[in-house]
Write a protein that binds this ligand. Sequence first.
Ligand SMILES: [Mg+2]
Length: 186
Amino acid sequence: MITWFLKTKYFVPDLYKTDVYSLDYKQLYESGIRILLVDLDNTLIPYDIDIPDVKLIKLFESIQTLGFEVVIISNNQRSRIKPFSLLINLPFISSAKKPLKSGFKKALKKVNQTPNPSEVLVIGDQLMTDVFGAKRMGYSVCLIEPIKKRSERWYTKFNRAIEKKMLEKIKRKYPQKYQELKLGKR
Ligand SMILES: [Mg+2]
């Protein structure tokens, strides 16, 4: 299986939450996080929805009021990401090619930031793109439960299969962290 040569430590999230509403953003800010790079599909909205609802718009208004810079970073195409980002009033990077580093670098340019990696938190639902990409950059990462798996594309389903193997590796190599983050729920 593909996972044998992938270093397990690059796939261990720092936080694991049910959804984007469950994070304590005030505490994150106090801990030194200044920039949030947030995935779109299955993190903020499911694949079959195109626009943010009022609750989500308000959440990101309050997050920005706390002082965070926020960028939407998605591997999906511009035609999907742009209308969403305009409505929620956030800058975006589409076709980000996570877990490659280029998309993350472009995202920081969007907000004219050259932060210390410890100031950046990635939020996303996938181990193989969001967590792996964040860890390659030296960022912190909060894994989210995917909103709705049913309508995922074939390549995401492929990533999920590898993700399952990787979760087993995390359980073996970092049993305490696995317990602490409740990754068994996934
Ligand atoms: Mg996603």
